[in-house]
Design a protein around this ligand. Structure first.
Ligand SMILES: [Zn+2]
Length: 81
């Protein structure tokens, strides 16, 4: 996700039941690991992925369940749903 000027972001917790995150890609998860809220966390590089739409960046990518990434918190645009 590019940090465009003027775009505001919010943090979503992929472990919250009221937030609809089925699949996330590795790129988003790598980026999420850099966030202060995920400090000290990490995930295994070995996991089963499949091609689907990432619920964070909305792109078609190799994705896995949020559980596979340790239920990270993700940074998304404020208008993300
Ligand atoms: Zn993504």
């Amino acid at each position: 996700m590019s940090q465009d000027q003027g775009t505001e972001y919010k943090i979503v917790d992929s472990n919250r039941l009221n937030i609809k995150i089925d699949w996330v890609c590795r790129d988003c998860s790598q980026e999420a690991l850099l966030l202060e809220v995920n400090r000290g966390r990490g995930f295994s590089s070995i996991m089963t992925v499949h091609e689907d739409t990432c619920d964070i960046c909305k792109k078609k990518k190799p994705v896995a369940a949020p559980r596979c990434f340790g239920y990270l918190k993700y940074q998304v645009p404020t208008d993300w749903e």
